[in-house]
Design a protein around this ligand. Structure first.
Ligand code: BG6
Length: 485
């Protein structure tokens, strides 16, 4: 993060929705606390409900307090509320954009804010194109006197073709440098720390390759089911919802070559190469190296089809065709309604030669595992074998542990603080560039197509609160390995 954001108006389309109260306003609230918000700042909410500004402010105060789980700090909330404005209208009505332009003019004058506008599309993706077009027609995307930036939420497309179509809609009124495709995983401190860990320390990078690494396991387990999002999720499924974006971002950070600088384009150039190097899947690979399953009871969830074949769990073995990673499998798994909430990247190193311990009670040596714990219990641990005290030569696996909470004693954040701040400073490093989105779809599209063609095989069902379907174990057992638990 740079230290100063530009003064601007944050315009939130979809200001009455879930994302605004759960993430965006709490993030602004936390940015005030950390002193990162510019003095010249205001929020303009735009949504359909025809309520007045006072009612909108009262609603948001109550909802943000619910999310924070404690009474809001009156002075801090006052700073948001005094600058929190609202206009209502239909997103396809030209009149809304005329009103928007007029209100933006008034707000920048009243608060002496430079005419920089950050448009946040917290709306369904089928509205992205409409809103972008209207903004362009109202000349609100023209960067004549200040900057204009648009943050778009996921999902960015449904497959490669729809992602390209969506991008073409956005690109008709915006330059790539104005489009910030958000992935909230990249806002997590532990995810950003992957690059710091790899490249700010001299001892890990020399071993970070096929010579020393046996394989990598990446897990994103969730306890929660689909909850109120059945309508969206049933069309998406775990592969689109978690793998194509969040997990592929983790993969690129772990597998990329060192960028020549931390500037956005340098980092993104390296990330996209990783996805381009993933070995493409054909139908046989999908059958052998990809698992899908659904949790028991999913088809009874609200807004889910009773005959749904949507996967709520998926796992796969990926190979990356590069000098660094040739022959090193990356195993990915993610699912809802699992035994626990758990996001972790585990780098398992090759075992040491055994010969020293012949003729001792030691039966085998264990591999060193470096675990990057993304959430919860954020931290990093390294396991290694140590001698058990006593006259006999016996070994036990012990762990060195670093915990964020113990060490940094930071307040929890939503992950959106950094991303909002970066968008205000014009730093696109943590946002998806279009070629990265496309490269992600290029990897998953053949899997989606293979699944679509296969309407016969039964979809495995796994019990809620479990580690997923039994098939997922076979994925590793076939290679003589086991999942971490
Ligand atoms: C979202 C997915 O992008 O990420 C959700 O749409 C998922 O289905 C969520 O639950 C997980 O985010 P986090 O930050 O809780 O790991």
């Amino acid at each position: 993060m740079s230290s100063a954001a530009d003064g601007c108006v944050l315009v939130i389309f979809g200001a009455s929705g879930d994302l605004t109260r759960r993430k965006l306003l709490p993030a602004v609230y936390n940015l005030i606390e950390s002193g990162h918000l510019p003095g010249g700042f205001a929020i303009l909410g735009v949504a359909r409900p025809a309520i007045d500004e006072a009612a909108y402010r009262a609603q948001m105060r109550e909802r943000v307090a619910d999310i924070e789980g404690e009474p809001l700090d009156a002075a801090k909330w006052k700073r948001i509320e005094e600058r929190l404005h609202y206009i209502s209208g239909e997103f396809n009505d030209v009149g809304l954009y005329a009103a928007l332009a007029q209100t933006l003019g008034e707000l920048t004058r009243r608060y002496a804010i430079p005419p920089n506008f950050l448009f946040y599309f917290a709306i369904p993706p089928d509205l992205f194109g409409t809103v972008a077009r209207h903004l362009a027609d109202a000349r609100l995307t023209v960067e004549a006197d200040g900057w204009r930036r648009v943050i778009v939420e996921k999902p960015f497309g449904y497959d490669l073709e729809s992602a390209r179509a969506l991008n073409a809609e956005l690109a008709s009124g915006l330059q790539e440098s104005q489009i910030y495709r958000i992935d909230h995983y990249l806002g997590k401190e532990t995810v950003q720390n992957i690059l710091a860990f790899r490249f700010a320390n001299g001892i890990f990078e020399p071993t970070w390759n096929r010579r020393y690494v046996d394989h990598v396991q990446m897990t994103v387990g969730e306890e929660a089911g689909v909850e109120a999002r059945g309508a969206y999720y049933d069309k998406a499924g775990a592969l689109r919802d978690m793998v194509q974006n969040h997990m592929f971002q983790l993969l690129t950070l772990v597998a990329m070559e060192p960028p020549i600088s931390f500037r956005a384009e340098d980092v993104r150039n390296e990330k996209v190469k990783v996805l381009h190097a993933v070995q493409p899947f054909d139908d046989g690979d999908v059958r052998q190296h990809v698992v899908r399953a659904q949790y028991g009871g999913y088809t009874k969830e609200q807004h889910v089809s009773p005959t749904s074949r949507t996967e709520t769990f998926t796992a796969m073995r990926l190979m990356i065709d590069s000098w660094r990673w040739a022959g090193v499998p990356f195993y990915l798994r993610t699912g809802k309604r699992m035994r626990r909430r758990w996001t972790e990247i585990a780098v398992q190193f090759k075992t040491a030669p055994y010969m020293l311990f012949r003729e001792t009670p030691v039966e085998c040596t264990n591999p060193n595992v470096l675990a990057l714990r993304i959430q919860p219990d954020e931290g990093i641990s390294l396991s290694f074998d140590a001698k058990v005290p006593g006259p006999l030569e016996r070994l036990a696996t012990v762990t060195m542990n670093f915990s964020y909470a113990e060490y940094f004693k930071e307040e929890p954040s939503t992950g959106y603080e950094t991303l909002l701040f970066d968008a205000m400073t014009g730093d696109q490093t943590l946002f998806h560039r279009m070629d990265i989105v496309e490269a992600g779809w290029q990897v998953v599209d053949p899997i989606l197509r293979a699944w679509q063609r296969d309407t016969i095989s039964a979809l495995p069902v796994y019990p809620p609160n479990s580690d997923g379907p039994v098939d997922v174990d076979r994925l590793l057992e076939r290679d003589g390995r086991r999942w971490r638990s």
